[in-house]
Design a protein. Structure first.
Length: 143
C-alpha cells in the first residue's frame, strides 16, 4: 500500500503561527506520526507540501499508477479549486480529504468543499489525528 500525503498552502506554518486554531504540532511532527503509523500498517508514505495550486495538481496527476491512495489536506484550496477537483477525477486514485480543524464549526466559507464530492470520504476536526485516521482509512480503501 503506497500512500501519497499532500498538504496545501500555509500548512508549512503549522506550530509556528495561530496555535490557538491549529495547535502547536508542526507539519514535520505530523509527518513523523504518519510515518510511524504507516510502518505499523506496512504502508509506504510519500509526504509533501506546496503553497502552489498547480504543483498540487501536477502531483495528483502523477499519482496515477504509482500510489494506491491520496490523503489530501488541500487547505484553503479545498474551498476554491476546481483544478484540484478535476485532477482528482482524472487521476482516478482514491482520495481522502483531510482537515485538522472542524471546518463546519468555522466560518461559512469553509463549509463548502469543491473536492469532497469526488473524494472517497472526509476526515475533519481531529487535529493531527485526522491524518492518522486517514492512514487507517487508506489501508481499508476498496479499489
Ligand atoms: O483544518 C484544516 O486542515 C484546513 O485545511 C486548514 C487550512 C484552512 O484554510 C482550511 O479551511 C482548513 C489552513 C491551513 C493554514 O494553516 C496555518 C497554520 C498556521 C498558521 C496559519 C495557517
Amino acid at each position: 500500500m503506497k500512500i501519497l500525503v499532500l498538504n496545501g498552502p500555509n500548512l508549512n506554518l503549522l506550530g509556528q503561527r495561530e496555535p490557538e486554531v491549529y495547535g502547536k504540532t508542526t507539519l514535520a511532527d505530523i509527518e513523523a506520526m504518519v510515518r510511524a503509523r504507516a510502518t505499523q500498517k506496512g504502508a509506504e508514505i510519500d509526504f509533501r507540501q506546496s503553497n502552489l495550486e498547480g504543483e498540487l495538481v501536477t502531483w495528483i496527476q502523477q499519482a496515477r499508477g504509482k500510489f494506491d491512495v491520496i490523503l489530501l489536506n488541500a487547505a484553503a484550496y479545498t474551498h476554491t479549486s476546481i483544478a484540484l477537483r478535476d485532477a482528482i477525477v482524472a487521476a482516478t486514485v482514491p482520495t481522502i480529504e483531510i482537515h485538522l480543524s472542524n471546518v463546519h464549526a468555522r466560518e461559512e466559507f469553509r463549509h463548502r468543499s469543491l473536492i469532497a464530492p469526488v473524494c472517497r470520504g472526509v476526515i475533519a476536526g481531529f487535529g493531527a489525528d485526522s491524518y492518522l485516521l486517514g492512514v487507517e482509512s487508506a489501508c481499508n480503501v476498496k479499489v
